[in-house]
Design a protein around this ligand. Structure first.
Ligand SMILES: [Zn+2]
Length: 129
């Protein structure tokens, strides 16, 4: 990162503290920090970021050797590889009885099919086998 002023570096660092590291970001951090490490000693914060980035990248590679396979269509990102339960409330019209009313129309659903949960770019949560 040659030519980056203190201001933009500081901005970058402070944002990093509040955001979880995405694989794309981890890749950038890994590349830039490794490059910086060749010319100078990394700060504690940078070292931590580097090891975090390494972890994120390692996790990315685990599910599949092909990074495309860990994604679903429309650039969805895998959030959970195995959804086990959902606890949810019916707010739409539904077949309702006294038992349903007694439980506030809430259902505890246990998945035996072990579906996956994906996050789509528009914020949609997608649960599918
Ligand atoms: Zn109901």
């Amino acid at each position: 990162m040659v030519g980056v002023g203190f201001g933009s570096w500081f901005d970058y660092v402070s944002k990093e503290r509040f955001l979880t590291m995405t694989p794309a970001k981890a890749k950038v951090i890994f590349a830039t920090h490794m490059q910086a490490a060749r010319s100078r000693k990394l700060t504690t914060y940078e070292t931590n970021q580097l090891s975090k980035a390494r972890q994120v990248l390692r996790q990315q590679k685990k599910p599949s050797m092909n990074p495309r396979k860990s994604k679903v269509n429309s650039n969805g990102v895998l959030i959970y590889g195995e959804v086990q339960t959902i606890y949810a409330k019916k707010t739409q019209n539904h077949r309702c009885d006294d038992d349903c009313k007694a439980h506030g129309h809430k259902y505890y659903h246990k998945f035996t099919s072990k579906p996956k949960m994906y996050g789509l770019p528009d914020g949609t949560l997608l649960i599918k086998p």
